[in-house]
Design a protein around this ligand. Structure first.
Ligand code: CP3
Length: 340
């Protein structure tokens, strides 16, 4: 698989490319299947339909890897929390975690077993996906998941979760530890079911100052990654901490690919991390609104990375109103311009 080879720095005929959120609302084919499934969570829990939408961007755009269709928030859901996706508001946990009693009610074992529909989806996808295309499994970082579990929903200030960090760090660590236990077993089961690569999304990384970031987030991401690398050395691990360009000097750990978000200059990521890790990223996702902007974005990244130790991607998820034709153009251009 060219994607897996690239994750290990082996030679590839061109730089492989995929897009975060590549299975999603910008595709009319996705909207059709989602309408059949009912709502978003029902789609996540329906292996046949989740498999179908996972494969759509591979067929329509020709990306080099499929990413499992699911969501990072199915983990707290199956640990026992009540989750809804409300129109216009995004995900909401109606009973967020407030204290040790709430935390005690959540179960590691129940979550790992309750996520069976994800393992089932992976098995179906791996059975249908072309042998030369990689399947990426994923989870959210403990910090990003814990933020949702404490705040109940997306937040601008992170007031509740940060209050906890500075006034009751022991409790915050207890929560992070429990989520980390689930994620280790969850990712292990994803790999055993057929995922060829795994990625951890730390979408709220930029909310924390440097010392807090390494204590409350990066240490747990590293713990999951070390656990997986010890058991599955042939399965690449990608870590994606969003918005921490100021902290790159302190990034370390046993993983293979560092996901660079769009706000981090690729030059800087290459200088600080390019020798240690393969870099993935990082075209500004809104460049997809305009073809000239796409060309300019690709050209810049190619000039910096020079087709070496690199996987092409956007620097965050594709937006729902991007024309499909532009997404296709991006993928084709990368595959053409990086040919060796
Ligand atoms: O194609 C893929 O990338 C695979 C599937 C995937 C989804 N969510 C599907 C989804 C992945 C990898 C995720 C990860 C995810 N989910 C993250 C981390 C990545 C990031 O974007 O930072 C986060 C923070 C979430 C939580 C989440 N899920 C939010 C905030 C939302 C609503 C936001 C929005 O765009 O409306 C979701 C819903 C969601 N997850 C959708 C999809 C396709 C849209 C749901 C729909 O069909 O209406």
């Amino acid at each position: 698989m060219i994607f897996v080879d690239a994750c290990f720095g082996k030679p590839t005929p061109y730089t492989p490319v995929w897009m975060m959120r590549q299975a999603g609302r910008y595709l009319p084919e996705y909207m059709k299947v989602r309408a059949q499934a009912g709502d978003f969570l029902s789609l996540c829990k329906n292996p046949a339909k989740a498999c179908e939408v996972t494969l759509q961007p591979v067929d329509i755009l020709g990306v080099d890897a499929a990413i499992l269709f699911s969501d990072i928030l199915v983990v707290p859901l199956e640990m026992g929390m009540k989750l809804q996706f409300l129109k216009g508001e995004g995900p909401v946990f109606s009973e967020p975690i407030k204290n040790q009693q709430d935390l005690d009610k959540l179960s590691v074992e129940k979550a790992v077993e309750g996520l069976e529909y994800v393992y089932e989806t992976i098995k179906l996808i791996r059975g249908k996906l072309a042998a030369d295309k990689a399947l990426i499994g994923f989870c959210g970082a403990p910090w990003t998941l814990a933020t949702y579990m404490i705040e109940g929903q997306g937040t601008k200030t992170y007031a509740l979760v940060k209050k906890l960090i500075y006034s009751n760090p022991q409790f915050m660590h207890a929560l992070l530890k429990k989520v980390t236990e689930v994620l280790k077993l969850y990712m292990e089961r994803q790999i055993q079911s057929g995922a060829n690569v795994v990625m951890i999304f730390d979408s709220w990384a930029s909310a924390l100052e440097e010392s807090a970031y390494f204590e409350f987030s990066w240490s747990y991401m590293k713990e999951i990654s070390s656990y997986l690398k010890a058991k599955f050395p042939d399965v690449p691990v990608i870590l994606f901490p969003k918005g921490i360009s100021g902290y790159l000097d302190k990034i370390d750990g046993d993983f293979d690919v560092f996901g660079v978000d769009w706000s981090t200059p690729m030059e800087l990521a290459k200088e600080k991390l390019g020798d240690k890790y393969i870099l993935q990223g990082n075209m500004e996702p809104t460049r997809l609104y305009n073809k000239d902007a796409i060309d300019e974005g690709i050209e810049h990244i190619v000039n910096v990375m020079k087709n070496e130790r690199h996987i092409f991607n956007l620097g965050h998820g594709i937006l729902p109103d991007i024309p499909v034709e532009h997404a296709k153009y991006f993928i084709k251009q990368v595959q053409k311009l990086t040919k060796k």
